[in-house]
Design a binder for this molecule. Structure first.
Ligand SMILES: [Zn+2]
Length: 237
């Protein structure tokens, strides 16, 4: 099996897992840069495709300069420009998940991490404010500027993007960003004061301690086993 095939298998798995967590559905997609020096990336299929059915053969391989054409995700440039400008970001998820989208509506988005496993949540959450889909390269570049070095950026009236140094990290962060967003919304409605994790370097240390490569590997394997149960071991080969 070639390297690209291995990455296509993994991206297809990530696509199914995110779909099964309601992180991506008709809209939303995930990409991976196979290696840091690559100028091509892999992307999950576009809006007409049932993401929970994604297989390696459905994964799309594109060059950074490839333009949108029917059949590709409409908002693909956020992936090409992120991987072009930040090769250390090996995987990017775009989601319209409900809690993250609802959080994007708040005038001030809380920078509280309410879970140890969401310690990657930014102290100051970047928000892309333009009322438009990201369908031009320039708009994608603006989104990446807004995101800076953070793991998560919200897109007002729209959703979010989540970055990872690996596919497993991007999938993990997406799932836990949505959980953190849900907890923030619930606690705000309850009206009680909540205590978030410390901010700044202390939060980074917590993230490093809790979200280790080993833990990410366990999470990936856990999700992979669940995927095999849901979609059949035969089909995942
Ligand atoms: Zn979108």
């Amino acid at each position: 099996m070639t390297t690209v095939n291995v990455h296509a298998e993994e991206l297809a798995l990530a696509t199914r897992v995110l779909a099964d967590h309601d992180m991506i559905g008709m809209y939303g997609h995930v990409s991976v840069l196979p290696d840091p020096g690559a100028d091509r990336y892999l992307l999950s299929p576009g809006a007409g495709f049932r993401k929970e059915l994604c297989r390696a053969g459905d994964v799309i391989e594109l060059g950074f300069d490839d333009a949108f054409r029917p059949g590709l995700p409409l908002e693909l440039y956020m992936h090409s420009e992120m991987h072009r400008r930040h090769p250390e970001v090996r995987a990017l998820v775009h989601t319209h998940a409900p809690a993250l989208t609802e959080l994007s509506l708040l005038a001030e988005v809380p920078g509280d991490a309410l879970l140890l496993h969401a310690a990657f949540w930014p102290d100051v959450v970047p928000v892309y404010e333009l009322p438009q889909l990201v369908v031009e390269r320039e708009q994608a570049s603006e989104l990446i500027d807004v995101m800076g070095v953070e793991s998560v950026a919200l897109m007002r009236w729209h959703g979010a993007v989540v970055a990872g140094r690996s596919l497993s990290e991007a999938v993990f962060r997406s799932i836990y960003a949505e959980k953190n967003a849900r907890l923030l919304l619930t606690s705000m409605r309850a009206g009680g004061e909540v205590v978030g994790l410390p901010k700044g370097p202390q939060r980074e240390q917590i993230a490093d301690r809790i979200i280790t490569d080993r833990m990410l590997g366990l999470h990936w394997s856990y999700e992979g086993t669940g995927d095999a149960r849901r979609h059949g071991a035969e089909e995942t080969k």
